[in-house]
Write a protein that binds this ligand. Structure first.
Ligand code: MN
Length: 267
């Protein structure tokens, strides 16, 4: 089995070495990841300049750094290796729960694999000012998640979050009840306005969600899908008409400026 390992914290993050170590038990491992941190870059891709890939020394691993985003790294890594069975991303320094799935670069790396017809699994764990992740302690849980997920071939995209000291594993759904993207205004030393985009969770999460699971000490495993279509809304819209009429509204169209201005000038 060919396992491509990537992340969004940069190829020199301790989390990627920990993930590669766990992956090594299950197959042939290659690391391809951004050369610098790309956290919160989401699924950005580089389309306006070429990408470069360079081999680096990282323990005994076959490892490479890319001057691009997490999604770039996975696309390039998969292209270069030819065939990849699964892409694993992380272990991210910081949880990726609920709404953060929308901007997570860790998850985007896994998502790129799913988009290219392979499978992707994202791993993230707690980090704070007072808490450094203990990757050695997490190793057995990461291995257990591999054992659990790799045989389930129908799982094309999975988001895994690990608390510092897991008591077990739970299947969960994405928590979308709270939004943690508040903007806080402040002033710089010269008195000019500045703004902080904050990522602090606002309230407790519902039982069965990813945030709830990690809050209660469980490893959270959330199966995700690429198709974002709202099936209920689509069904309601199709029930009315599957080809909405193109008829213009009765409101009188506004006079175009380009046609009215020259006529005024003539007078
Ligand atoms: Mn990150």
């Amino acid at each position: 089995m060919r396992i491509l390992v990537s992340n969004d914290d940069g190829v020199y993050s301790p989390g990627i070495a920990a993930l590669a170590k766990a992956a090594k038990r299950f197959g042939e491992v290659r690391i391809v990841a951004p050369d610098v941190e790309q956290s919160s870059m989401g699924h950005a891709i580089t389309s306006s300049r070429p990408l470069r890939i360079k081999r680096i020394h990282l323990d005994d691993f076959d490892a490479y750094r890319v001057n691009g985003t997490p999604a770039d790294s996975v696309a390039l890594g998969m292209h270069w290796w030819g065939h990849v069975d699964v892409v694993v991303s992380g272990i991210n320094l910081g949880l990726n729960l609920g709404n953060s799935c929308w901007h997570s670069g860790t998850l985007a790396a896994a998502k790129q694999a799913a988009l290219l017809g392979s499978r992707g699994i994202a791993f993230s764990t707690n980090v704070s000012d007072s808490l450094e992740p203990d990757f050695t302690a997490l190793q057995s849980y990461v291995v257990r998640v591999f054992e659990l997920l790799l045989p389930i071939k129908t799982l094309s995209l999975v988001n895994v979050n690990l608390p510092a000291k897991p008591k077990g594993i739970r299947w969960t759904r994405q928590s979308v009840r709270q939004y943690d993207g508040r903007v806080v205004a402040d002033k710089d030393p010269a008195g000019r306005p500045i703004f902080w985009f904050t990522v602090t969770p606002l309230e407790g999460a519902a039982e069965g969600t990813d945030r709830w699971a990690v809050d209660h000490g469980w490893v959270s495993i959330t199966p995700l899908r690429l198709d974002l279509t709202d099936e209920a809304d689509l069904a309601r819209a199709l029930a009315v008409s599957n080809t909405p009429p193109m008829k213009l509204s009765r409101k009188k169209p506004q006079t175009r400026r380009s046609s009215s201005k020259p006529s005024r000038r003539k007078k």
